[in-house]
Design a protein around this ligand. Structure first.
Ligand code: AMP
Length: 310
């Protein structure tokens, strides 16, 4: 695997791949790679001819009191993991390479960016949308792989690609979890053993919400309150939000009907965690339009959520 740290080199390398007729897969990350990230790399390797993972802790998407400085960074380990998963290229620029001067341009995606993470983390999705647009501009035409773990982010990226006619196919990939249900996250590294145990309440709340939807509950407020009450029973965990929304608009519908997305965010100590799960009202036809990964086939010690729609 070739590690590249300049914009010029990456652009040249990917242009050369395309000129040779090879399809490029891009996997943007902030590093501290785990099986969730690696599932994206493996999927990209299966579907593309050459895969470039990127590692850049994007300062634009962190708020002033967030964990930008503390965010785990270990490029050597990331490089070994990305290479092991089949990436041919790793783009790992310094901040000064990406932003030689303070940028004056911001990409703002209205609508899907507004509730939930957008409300709790002002400016976060502007930072995400701006860096993703910049990475796409550097990488050129490609398929880009994003995790459903960050479901609202995935919606923001899909929207900006549509609105700006970017030559990128966005591929959403299911969430990889530890066997006990905790969604893999680089921020799990901040948790003590006790906090990690407490954090399992997020997945429990989502599963209870999904079961209520599957059993016929159609009031999104009732489902949201059920999830909130389950999280509230765990004293070490402070709920930020629990929501039941339409997976396309990310808004709470008047009544749940068909595909539903359940999302939660909470603080465990000082660590902020997010998670989400798909649910379906009874009688709604499952969506078979997309790839269904083999459950846990490539990640023996973990499990993968069922692929969701659209
Ligand atoms: P991050 O490094 O946290 O910015 O994440 C980089 C990419 O990996 C994003 O598209 C995330 O949604 C995805 N990702 C993070 N955690 C998981 C997970 N547990 N399962 C699947 N994808 C994930």
């Amino acid at each position: 695997m070739r590690v590249i740290d300049t914009v010029t080199e990456l652009r040249a390398a990917l242009d050369a791949e395309r000129a040779a007729g090879r399809a490029v897969g891009l996997v943007p990350t902030m590093g501290a790679l785990h099986e969730g990230h690696l599932s994206l790399v493996r999927r990209a390797v299966a579907e593309c001819d050459v895969v470039c993972a990127t590692v850049f802790v994007n300062p634009l998407q962190f708020g002033p009191h967030e964990d930008f400085d503390a965010y785990p960074r270990d490029l050597d380990t990331d490089a070994a993991l990305a290479a092991g998963a089949g990436a041919a290229l790793l783009f790992a620029p310094l901040t000064a390479e990406m932003f030689p001067a303070e940028p004056c341009t911001t990409v703002h995606v209205a609508g899907v960016s507004e509730g939930m993470e957008g409300a709790s983390r002002p400016g976060h999705f502007d930072g995400v949308a701006t860096i993703v647009t910049k990475l796409f501009a550097i990488a050129g035409p490609c398929r880009a792989y994003f995790g459903e773990k960050d479901f609202q982010q995935l919606a923001v990226v899909r929207q900006l690609v549509r609105d700006l006619s970017l030559p990128v196919d966005v591929v959403g990939c299911p969430t990889v979890r530890d066997v006990d249900g905790l969604a893999l996250s680089s921020r799990n590294a901040y948790l003590t053993a006790e906090q990690r145990q407490s954090a399992l309440v997020l997945h429990r709340a989502l599963c209870a919400g999904a079961a209520a939807v599957a059993a016929g509950e159609t009031d999104p407020a009732t489902v949201a309150e059920l999830m909130a009450s389950i999280v509230a029973a765990e004293p070490e965990v402070q709920l930020d939000y629990a929501e039941a929304v339409d997976p396309r608009t990310l808004r709470r519908p008047a009544a749940l009907d068909g595909e539903v997305r359940l999302l939660v965010a909470a603080r465990v100590g000082t660590t902020r965690l997010i998670d989400n799960l798909g649910a379906r009202t009874p009688g709604a036809a499952p969506n078979h339009d997309h790839h269904h990964p083999e459950q846990g086939a490539t990640v023996p010690a973990a499990r993968t959520d069922h692929q969701e729609s659209h």
